[in-house]
Write a protein that binds this ligand. Structure first.
Ligand SMILES: [Zn+2]
Length: 263
């Protein structure tokens, strides 16, 4: 089975980098290029206070009303059981680091930073999409804590590992989160059929780790179900430069290992 490589460049604002939201979704997919620089969002700086607080309230209200609904929808569609409801912390006014949101695996908390998060689900990187992505991190972290008493991907944050392993863990982590977002979104059918990179340059741009990570984990999760695949991926990810430069082989090996794994 030849699977398309699922990507969405629009993810980039979710964590790590930033996002260009003014392009049509399909355009982004069709023209996605690992080497292309992305535009940086305008950071809201000149809003007056009342406008800011109105937006802030709207985002808080959205999350309050929808978080549990989104968790329920994920449980149904993905066949999983979440580990409760994560705490949400707002860091409005701190969006200068160009992130819209992030998940902190040590605090088990989702942070929402940006006031520019669209609440309309038809817009790219809407609050719903962001929550769907961050809940993917929350689930992987919860599962890892339950099974091994260890946060995921804690190693990444601790700078404990070498270069290749840091890339590998990020690919697994963002790939899982992206799988959650893409699977919950109506645009799941769009895909990118690009090849995995065969040199290290594309991995230097954080934005590329999202589509590559998603492409890497996609057939593993589709083939083995969310829970089994996430259990596997939070412990097994590309760890060497050879793995990173030949993700096709790493993926094939992972699929074989899962195929023959004793339940
Ligand atoms: Zn993420």
């Amino acid at each position: 089975m030849k699977l398309g490589r699922y990507i969405l460049a629009g993810v980039l604002g979710i964590a790590g980098s930033c996002v260009s939201v003014d392009e049509d979704l399909e355009e982004l997919w069709r023209d996605y290029d690992l080497n292309k620089e992305i535009k940086i969002d305008e950071v809201m700086t000149e809003e007056d206070d009342s406008e800011r607080s109105e937006k802030e309230k709207a985002i808080r209200d959205y999350v309050l009303t929808n978080l549990e609904k989104i968790i329920g929808a994920q449980e149904k569609k993905l066949g999983i059981k979440h580990f409760g409801v994560p705490e949400i912390e707002y860091g409005f006014g701190k969006e200068t680091h160009l992130r819209k949101a992030k998940y902190d695996c040590l605090k088990d908390k989702i942070y929402i930073y940006s006031l520019d998060i669209p609440l309309d689900e038809r817009e790219m990187l809407s609050a719903e999409e962001i929550l769907n992505h961050e809940l993917g991190h929350y689930y992987a972290d919860g599962l890892s804590e339950e099974l091994r008493g260890e946060s995921f991907p804690v190693e990444y944050h601790n700078n404990k590992f070498e270069y290749a392993e840091r890339i590998g863990i990020k690919l697994a982590s963002e790939g899982i989160a992206e799988y959650f977002r893409v699977t919950m979104s109506p645009q799941k059918d769009a895909f990118w059929s690009g090849e995995f990179p065969n040199d290290l340059n594309p991995f230097e741009l954080t934005k590329n780790l999202y589509p590559i990570g998603l492409s890497l984990v996609y057939p593993i999760i589709e083939g083995h179900g969310v829970k089994k695949a996430v259990v596997y991926l939070t412990e097994n990810y590309p760890r060497t430069i050879e793995n990173i430069l030949d993700l096709d082989s790493w993926q094939k090996g992972a699929l074989e290992e899962l195929e023959f794994a004793v339940e």
